[in-house]
Structure formats: C-alpha cells, structure tokens
Design a protein around this ligand. Structure first.
Ligand SMILES: [Zn+2]
Length: 198
C-alpha cells in the first residue's frame, strides 16, 4: 500500500533585456530578454521544487535553496532537482508524475518541450513519460502575455509506503476493534440470561 500526495508550485520572474533565458534547463540563445536573478531564474525548475516540497509538506524552494547562498550565484536551477533528491529520500517518497505549464508569449515552448521533459526526468531519475510540459501564450493578457515576465505552474504527485505514516490505516482498524468491542459488551449486558447472574 502506498500513500499518494499532491503538491502545487508556482514561480514568476521579470524578463529583462540582455539577460539569458533558461526554461526547464533549455537555453533560449535567441531570446532578446531573460531573467536577472541570483540563479538562472528557471521558473520551471523553481516551481517543480515548490510543488515537490508542497507534496512532502517540506516548506518551499527558499527553505532548501536560500536566495542569498553564494554558491548558487548563476546556478543552473535544473540541477536543484538532483539536489532535492535527498529530501525525497528522507520522506521515503518517489515522484509519480509532474505536470508543468509555462506561461510565456515570447518563448515558444512546444518545439523544446521534449528536451525540457528529458532534462527534468533525468535530474529526478524518473521516466520521461512521468513529466509533462506545455506552454500557454496567455493570449496577450497580463505580464506573461505582454512579454514582461514568464511564469510556471507545476502539479506534482508523490508516492510513499504507508509505513512512513503509521497512524494511517491502523486508525481505522483500531476504531473497528473498539467499536466492535463496545457492541459486544452492550449485547452481553442486555442478554436476559445474564441478568441477575452476577
Ligand atoms: Zn524563481
């Protein structure tokens, strides 16, 4: 028996001229704008960590990769996924699947979605079929639709053995045993043949 848990992750970063753009570990060398952030600003990788941390009730991206960590200056955020594996192991959890949606009007996602899926799957040690990536242009609306920012939303499902959460399952069994005992005692007390015996 396994326990499945769901997590939701979100990230958005401003696009600035003459900065590199990386999404899902894939560089967009022809993009006129990118992220001016401490790491490479890869919103897909950041939202994945937030979704996984959410599924494990293990806080957020910033708890595991503080924004001011000097060693992460210009870090490749896709590598954060590999560095998050010990957190998954500590919770006896594996990743069942990820569904990633990228909101970007400038960068075209579909032609590179397979490369992003491969990057993500490889870092997490899961099959590519467990990772979906899709893009939305936002139809001209909002900062993503007007090319001022790119955001990502990720849903993650994790699985872990039930023994990692011993109260689950056993609680129902205990309730049945206690409930059954109470019914049996009440039945004995009401049986006419037992009245007046003691
Ligand atoms: Zn971020």
């Amino acid at each position: 028996m396994t326990t499945r848990r769901t997590g939701w992750g979100y990230d958005i970063h401003r696009l600035e001229a003459d900065h590199p753009l990386v999404l899902g570990g894939v560089p967009f060398p022809d993009s006129p704008a990118g992220f001016n952030t401490h790491s490479d600003g890869d919103v897909v990788a950041h939202a994945i960590i937030d979704a996984l941390a959410g599924a494990l009730a293990a806080g957020s991206l910033g708890d595991h990769f503080p924004e001011d960590a000097p060693e992460d200056q210009d870090a490749r955020s896709i590598d954060f996924l590999t560095r998050f594996l010990p957190v998954l192991r500590a919770h006896h959890a594996t990743v069942v699947n990820l569904d990633c949606t990228i909101f970007a009007s400038e960068a075209r996602i579909a032609p590179v979605a397979a490369r992003m899926r491969a990057n993500i799957a490889e870092r997490l040690g899961i099959p590519m079929e467990a990772v979906n990536v899709k893009g939305k242009t936002n139809d001209g609306f909002g900062p993503e639709g007007q090319g001022q920012a790119i955001s990502a939303v990720v849903i993650a499902v994790t699985a872990s053995p039930n023994e990692g959460n011993p109260r689950r399952g056993n609680g129902l069994l205990s309730a049945l045993i206690l409930g059954g005992s109470a019914v049996a005692l009440a039945a004995v007390a009401l049986m006419p043949s037992h009245r007046g015996v003691r």
